[in-house]
Design a protein around this ligand. Structure first.
Ligand code: MRU
Length: 357
């Protein structure tokens, strides 16, 4: 399952305690703090506060939490058990509105619960089924990371300088990452590459997490401020961009970390390929872009950096966590089922039908 080294893990299931464990990404790179729990309320806080973050990691964490919690409450009557697990699912569904993987994973858990309850009233058996489904979601994400890496590496020329935004790495997924999965596989295949990581204000996932992962692995990385991207492109210092996604609509709109759209605009202006690496669990076939909720977060995240005030306390703030990139700015979408090219309104549904067939 792991053909390349996994330098750090975001979330995992501890079979011996029946708990989900995660590394607190808020404390990285200064401290590697691990927390374990089977309490959905505690995990919901961890997702909201972004101890656990990145769309695939959020989905996997939510699924594993339902498995862990089901084991904990197994032994109760089937009605009480079902109602407790359903209410845990609802608690987790309310954590972050944009990451589609959360809805993808929890819908799978709901389906497993429904089907298992129809077959048996033995809550231990049902709980075990829920754990199995959660582990499937986890393994599916590891496999997707690998495949995305393999397909994506083909698009990376030797000697390339690759710009990435935010953190779409191991710390956002189950193993290698999506954008960083592409970078890793290219690196392990012997391509000489360099990475430019944008710091990613306000929470600095690029500076704190992407740099941490790449330095740990020995992949050359240079950190830049978010607003340096235009100049770097003008100076022809970027050969391609690879970013992740929180949600991709059926017609190819990409919702990703705030700042992605500006990078895509600059890339288009300078004819730099702009790739999005995302598993099909990020692709939302049901909602149009106008129906997608763009998360707005606490203004304090903008007014303070690592607890230090940087502006006037009373100022108004917009703190949108994500933005929207139009399909015509996206050169290709790298999924575990292959590289999807425009016209996306045709190619995305066609690719997704392979998954469901
Ligand atoms: O707010 P975050 O840190 O959860 O945002 C993460 C991103 O925007 C990632 O690019 C996206 O979730 C893909 S991670 C493989």
């Amino acid at each position: 399952m792991y053909p390349y080294p996994v330098v750090v893990k975001a979330v995992w299931f501890n079979e011996s305690t029946g708990e989900i464990c995660w590394i607190n990404t808020k404390k990285l790179p200064c401290e590697e703090e691990v927390t374990c729990s089977s309490d959905p309320v505690r995990v919901a806080v961890a997702i909201k506060d972004m101890e656990i973050r990145g769309a695939p990691a959020i989905g996997v964490a939510a699924a594993l939490t339902i498995g862990a919690y089901a084991l904990k409450v197994a032994g109760r009557g089937v009605e009480e058990f079902t109602s407790l697990v359903n209410s845990a699912i609802h608690t987790l569904l309310k954590t972050r509105p944009t990451a589609y993987n959360l809805f993808y994973a929890l819908t799978k858990m709901q389906r497993t619960l429904r089907e298992a309850v129809n077959k048996t009233s033995d809550t231990y058996t049902i709980a075990r089924k829920l754990v199995e489904t959660a582990l499937e979601v986890y393994r599916e994400d590891v496999e997707a990371n690998l495949k995305i890496g393999e397909y994506g590496a083909e698009l990376v020329p030797d000697n390339a300088t690759i710009l990435t935004h935010c953190n779409a790495g191991a710390l956002a997924t189950s193993a290698y990452g999506t954008a960083l999965g592409v970078i890793r596989v290219a690196w392990y295949r012997g391509k000489r590459i360099r990475v430019i990581a944008t710091e990613t204000r306000p929470l600095l996932q690029g500076a704190r997490l992407t740099v941490y992962e790449l330095v740990k692995e020995g992949i050359p990385v240079t950190l830049v401020t978010d607003n340096a991207v235009g100049l770097l492109m003008r100076k022809e210092k970027i050969d391609l961009v690879v970013v992740g996604a929180d949600r991709v609509t059926r017609d190819g709109y990409v919702v990703n970390k705030i700042g992605t759209y500006m990078i895509a605009l600059a890339a288009s202006r300078h004819e730099v390929p702009f790739y999005v690496a995302a598993p099909t669990s990020t692709i939302d076939l049901e909602h149009t872009i106008d129906q997608v909720v763009i998360e707005e977060r606490d203004p304090g995240e903008v007014k303070y950096i690592m607890g230090q005030p940087i502006t006037v306390e009373t100022v108004d703030v917009y703190n949108y966590a994500f933005d929207v990139t139009d399909p015509d700015l996206v050169s290709a979408i790298i999924t575990e089922l292959g590289v999807i090219k425009p016209p996306y309104n045709e190619t995305i549904p066609r690719t997704m039908s392979k998954k469901h067939s």
